[in-house]
Each structure stands twice: as C-alpha cells, then as structure tokens.
Ligand binder design. Structure first.
Ligand SMILES: NC(=O)C1=CN([C@@H]2O[C@H](COP(=O)(O)OP(=O)(O)OC[C@H]3O[C@@H](n4cnc5c(N)ncnc54)[C@H](OP(=O)(O)O)[C@@H]3O)[C@@H](O)[C@H]2O)C=CC1
Ligand SMILES: O=C1O[C@H](COP(=O)(O)O)[C@@H](O)[C@H](O)[C@H]1O
Length: 507
C-alpha cells in the first residue's frame, strides 16, 4: 500500500529554509528525506526548498550537489524526471555569516519572491541544521528581520532545531530562553531523530492500541526493563564534536531517555502533542535523582581501546584522529535508574549505549516476573526462562515475545520459543527514514514527536549532577573495554548485583 493512503491531510504549501545547507546532515539525511517525501506524493503541490549557508554556490550548484547526495544516500532511487521536477523547487542563498543581518534581509526578500513565483503562501519552515554555535545567531537574526512572524494572516512560521540541545541544564535553559524570546514554544520543533524511527513510534501503538499488555505493564508483572543502543562504529570523522561531548550527552540524555519515557509513560488522554508530552515529562520528573553514591555505584562509564570489530582490527578511541591521547571522554555508558511512581517503584531500568560494540543494535527487553509456583519437574531442575518481550528498533524492526512451551514427547520438558512480528514480513513497503516522518510532521504542524522545552530540561536536570561529579572524580582508568566487546565488565556487574544479566534477542 503506498504511504499516501496513510496521510489524513496534506501539508500546506510552504518554503523550507535549511541553514547549514552545505553540511553533512543536509546531504545525508534532509535532502534524501525531502526527495522521498516528494516521490511518495507527501509534499504539497507548491513548495520551495531554500538552502542557506556560507558556501559560495548558485542555485544550480546546490541542485547538482543535492542530486549527488540523493543518489548516494537516498532510500528512494533517483529517477531523472522526478528529480528534475523536484530540483526545480530547490534554491540557494549564499550568506556571509549566520549573524549577518543583511543576509537575513536578503532571505526575507527571497522568501517573499518565492511566495509569488512558487506559491508558498507565506508559510515558512526554518531548519537549523548547523552546529549548535549557530543556533542562537540564526534565531536572533530571524527575529531581527521579522521572519519569526508570518508575513500575512493565516500563514505560519515554524523552527526546527537540531541536537545537541545544550550541554547541561544551565545551557539548555539559556538556549530555551533565547529561542523562546523570539519564537513561541508552539513554533519550536526540537528534533530527536529516535522519535522518527518507525519502531519507536510503534512503542506507542503497541502499548496503547492493544488491551493485552497494558494491564500487566507495571511493577506487579514486570521485573526489569533493559534498553540497549549499541553501535559498532567508532567516532568516525566526528572527533572534534564527540571528544567534547561523550556518550552520556550524545546518546543517553536524549535518545535513551526518550525510549525510557515511551516505555514508562501513563496512557495519555489523546494522541495529541501536549497530552503525550505531558506524560513523558512526568516520567522524567519521577526518576530518582542520581546522588554521589548512585553516580559511583549505578553508572558505569567506559572508553574503547584497540580491538576487533566485524573481524577487522580497529584503533582505540585515544588513537582516533582528533582525539587527545589522554582523553577521558566516555564512549560507553551503562546505568540503572528507578522511576518513583506507583507503576514502576522498585523496578530497575537498565540502560546501555556505546561505540565500537560488537554490532549495531537498538533493542528494549521487558522482562516479566517468573510464575509464582513452578509445578513442572523440568522447571525445578533447570531455572525456567522468564517471559521477555523484545522490542526491536534497529537494524531489524519488530517485536518478539519469548514464551515457554512443551517440547513434544512423553515427558514434560519445556523450552522457550519466540513469537515474532517482523515489519518486513508483514508489510510490503519500505520503512521510511526517521527524518522523513519528522520533516513531514513539522511541515504539518504536529509536534507530538518533538521535544518540548520542559522535557529537555528535565532530562538535563538528571544528568548534569552526573557530569559535574565526573569532573570532580579522579580520572577514570581508560581505556577499559576492547573494541568489539560489550563494554567494561562493571556493566555486567551492575546487573549481576541484582541477580540480572543483559539480554539481547540474538547474541
Ligand atoms: N550529520 C548527521 O548525521 C547528524 C547531525 N546532527 C546535527 O545536525 C547539525 C548539523 O550537523 P552536520 O551537518 O553534521 O554539521 P556540519 O559540521 O556538516 O555543519 C553544517 C554546516 O554548518 C556550517 N557550519 C559549520 N561549522 C559552523 C560553525 N561553527 N558555525 C556556523 N556554521 C557552521 C557549515 O556551512 P557553511 O560553512 O557553508 O556555512 C556546514 O556545512 C548538528 O547540530 C548535528 O549535531 C544530528 C544527527 C545526525
Ligand atoms: O545522535 C546520534 O545518533 C547516532 C546514532 O543514530 P542511529 O540512528 O544510527 O542509531 C550516533 O552515532 C551519534 O553519535 C549521535 O550523535
């Protein structure tokens, strides 16, 4: 079934302005996503895409570069006729700088012209796809030339902001304040691309469109929850960014905490942006803060040393280009958190993420309690497997439930088997990229899958004390795990202390 059948309304005609249009994100994600939306008939009839950056390009240079990008990174193969139609709506403005007001005056004039020539009706979607240093200059310059307001009644202006959103609580608050000084919160769309992943959205469908699991989705039936977001890649060519940031800021504060909120939230009264986000914030605020003792005992940080990944020898983090030879940046974090509310009190949520782990996998394991009485001999002889619900986010989207069944034969012997749902087996069409969904939602004005200011601050409030404590503590003894392994042994001990062990669907 084509994706168009699922869309209840088509986005308004609009101009999207991409700041940082010469960058990696635009090439690898944004333009392929926009082209995919176009080829699926999900963009409006009238639109314009205006690239804005300091690169000295013409409209044609931009079109050619984007064509190459879509050919290289696109999910949808490039079709010459469709590309030419699409590319006719691509435009470019070369700026002196992101705080250069004359450029924004030119931008305003260009947008007014596009309203005339392309019929974009005064609607503007601004996308800050630059490094974070440029976020405030972009926002304030837009405000200074009046581009934070629509040029006419009935039109809209929205702002999409990329990650990272701050580096701690104080900087996130300051960034929110600066942006909200210019744009109303209802205009602001903070991206977390994990929320655009199909299998992440399915967490909501799974929980709130089925009556089967919700009655047992609580501390009475669930023993523990595990979230693994593992990457086999290293720091790649992003050392300049990553070495200042580390895994806690890069992955845990945003992506993993978003997964926690979706697993743990109460059912919202409706599938409306405010209702959903209210419930997510409640989860974040109910998490027990990490005190000094918890930081020492319930959070493990690691950094990879040399090792072997996918059968190839790889360098250690400190040997990566652009990384200081004595860097103490963590490339791995595992932690245990507790949500202090009636649904979850006392249930450990274990989270782990890291680079240079054996394979790329994002998965949530919901581990149910054992039956209260073991009546079968076989169960007494060997510890019976618990039911585990595996919610698989990537690379294989789906879900699996392990259940114990009788092995055919004369005796009552049990074995766990998997009841599987796999997207690829059930649906014919390809799964959209996260940025397709998020761009479309921002264009439609649906903020459900975007992060509200209070969400980002609640998450930073949890982790800022951790970052500060790490600064005070003696430097960690890094590297402490070899590339190609599942992280430092302390991460296993964290669970073993409670009689638990990390679980993944396929080891
Ligand atoms: N790349 C990716 O896959 C992902 C990126 N992101 C986020 O998206 C944003 C953009 O990422 P990415 O495209 O990789 O970044 P880039 O480093 O490629 O920067 C994008 C563009 O911004 C301009 N730029 C670079 N440095 C600065 C600076 N210090 N001040 C102002 N402008 C600058 C450059 O354009 P010019 O010099 O021509 O003006 C550059 O082409 C970041 O916030 C990143 O965290 C999020 C998820 C994935
Ligand atoms: O935001 C980020 O995410 C990627 C991982 O994203 P995924 O969609 O491939 O799981 C991570 O590699 C990067 O360091 C981080 O900035």
């Amino acid at each position: 079934m084509p994706a168009t059948e699922f869309i209840s309304r088509r986005p308004d005609p609009a101009a999207i302005v991409i700041f940082g249009a010469s960058g990696d994100l635009t090439r690898r994600k944004l333009m392929p996503a926009l082209y995919a939306l176009y080829t699926h008939g999900l963009l409006p009839q009238r639109f314009a895409i205006l690239g804005f950056s300091r690169r000295d390009w013409s409209d044609d240079d931009f079109r050619t570069t984007m064509r190459d990008a879509v050919a290289e990174f696109g999910r949808v193969p490039l079709d010459t006729t469709q590309w030419d139609e699409f590319a006719a709506r691509l435009f470019y403005l070369d700026a002196q700088g992101y705080d250069h007001l004359e450029d924004y005056q030119r931008l305003r004039d260009r947008l007014n012209t596009l309203d005339e020539t392309e019929g974009t009706d005064g609607n503007r979607l601004f996308y800050a796809a630059t490094p974070p240093q440029a976020f405030v200059p972009i926002v304030e310059s837009l405000g200074a030339v009046g581009l934070n307001q629509p040029p006419r009644e009935g039109a809209w202006v929205r702002l999409v902001i990329e990650k990272p959103f701050g580096t701690d609580l104080a900087s996130a608050r300051a960034l929110n304040a600066r942006i909200q000084h210019v744009f109303d919160e209802s205009q602001i769309y903070r991206i977390d691309h994990y929320l655009g992943k199909e299998a992440v959205q399915n967490l909501l469908a799974f929980r709130f469109a089925n009556s089967l699991f919700e009655p047992i989705w609580n501390r009475n039936h669930i023993e523990q929850v595990q979230i693994t977001v593992a990457e086999s890649i290293g720091v790649e060519n992003r050392a300049g960014y990553y070495d200042r940031v580390g895994a806690l800021r890069d992955m845990v504060q945003n992506h993993l905490m978003q997964l926690v909120t979706l697993i743990a939230m109460e059912p919202p009264a409706s599938f409306d942006a405010e209702a959903v986000r209210n419930e997510k914030v409640k989860v974040l605020r109910a998490i027990r803060p990490f005190d000094e003792n918890a930081i020492r005992t319930r959070i493990v940080r690691g950094q990879y040393g040399p090792g072997v990944v996918n059968e190839k020898p790889v360098r250690g983090y400190r040997e990566e280009e652009g990384v200081a030879p004595d860097s103490t940046t963590e490339t791995y974090v595992a932690l245990q958190l507790e949500i202090e509310n009636w649904r979850w009190a006392g249930i450990p949520f274990y989270l782990r993420t890291g680079k240079r782990l054996p394979r790329k996998v994002s998965e949530i394991a919901v581990i149910f309690r054992r039956p209260p009485l073991l009546i079968f001999d076989d169960q007494r002889r060997r510890k019976m497997e618990q039911n585990v619900l595996y919610l698989q986010i990537q690379p294989h989207e789906g879900l699996s439930l392990s259940v114990n069944i009788k092995i055919p034969g004369a005796t009552m012997r049990l074995e766990p088997v998997m009841m599987d749902f796999c997207y690829h087996g059930s649906f014919e069409f390809a799964i959209p990229e996260a940025y397709e969904r998020l761009l479309l939602d921002a264009w439609l004005g649906d903020a459900t899958l975007f992060i509200r200011a209070d969400e980002t601050e609640a998450s930073w409030a949890l982790f800022t004390p951790v970052l500060e404590a790490w600064q005070r503590m003696p430097p960690p003894d890094f590297p402490n795990y070899a590339a190609g392994t599942w992280g430092p042994p302390e991460a296993d001990e964290l669970l073993a202390r409670n009689g638990h062990a990390w679980k993944l669907m396929l080891l």
